[in-house]
Design a protein around this ligand. Sequence first.
Ligand SMILES: *Cc1c(COP(=O)(O)O)cnc(C)c1O
Length: 389
Amino acid sequence: MPGHELLGEEEKQALIDLFNQGAVLYRYGLNDRRKNIFRVDEFEKAMASRVGSKHALCVCNGTAALKLALMSVGVSPGDEVITQSFTFIATVEAILELGARPVITEIDESLNMDPEDLRRCFSSRTKAIVPVHMAGVSARMDEILAIAQEKNVPVVEDSAQALGGTYHGKSLGTLGRAGIYSLDIGKVITTGEGGFVVSNDDHVFRRSLEYSDHGHEQNPHVPRGEDTRTYWGFNYKATEMQGAVGLAQLKKMDEILSKQKQNKRAIKERLQDIPLLQFRSLPDPVGDTGDTLIFFLPERDQAKALARKLAERGFGTKNLPDAVNWHFAGTWDHIFKEEKRLFQGNLEARWPRSADLLRRAIALPIMVKMGLDRCDALVDAIHDISRTL
Ligand SMILES: *Cc1c(COP(=O)(O)O)cnc(C)c1O
């Protein structure tokens, strides 16, 4: 949960500079007053180059980015979109906002989309597949991409939590037709609110750009007030403040990733000798951002007890188990009413494998600034507590 840990002088100076250079906070227009400084444009170029994508569009948040990406690959009302049972609720909200129906797969021991279950979720109305790289760890993308190709359905990667992560050397978010990142407070880098659509596909980029800006085509031959348009859109634009802070944060990303990975390695190595702990499987360990360390206990009650005793000693968990209700489809009674009825009121029974894995899981947040002392103290606490379980 690193970006917000490192918000400091560089981001502050970037905002002061923005005010000193004309105080234009809007991303378009007023070229003279802003002295031709366009921070969102610069941030987009830097992001495209960092992740290796032809296009990168910065928007107001990650949920909007996902809606734009899905719409741009062709999702419309009545379609089905397949995603996974373990994700932040925003993934499903973006699908619902388009009038489409979310179809939910089980997860495997990577805690991401289970490719075998993905096969079972297709119908003639399936319009997109959204694997989510939860907590900086990739899904099994080789298998998912192969199935998508066979079925001729586009993949949109929800990489909200996985900026800077890779899969076989390629940036997460750039493997499918489109990908998204989030820049909210819990993500790798942060601008308070913020998001990105990335794609190598010109149509996906143009459609996302135009919809995010009331249909503006940004025709270079006319002033903005006379801009041309083909479709109507909405307003999901980012501000120059997000662009300025984002540029400063992006410069810190390599440091963030290397510190996290170092801390995660130090903690994980020293937990190997506890036979009770089974670690989350990593489809590409090299590409893990190091954001979170997740393991399973044999029994639900043991996981609950471990989390409680860690909290007593001042160590928090990250989403599992503390915010499982915002991250597991099996708790979303307000969304999956039909499924709930089919399973006689027990929505978790719809995804039994996911429920079993998630209810036995502990997720430890890895901080950039935790320092080796804090890592050691955490490891000691887990050793102590595990003897009592
Ligand atoms: C954070 C997040 C989002 C949404 O991003 P916001 O920028 O908060 O709108 C979408 N999907 C996942 C998996 C996330 O963690």
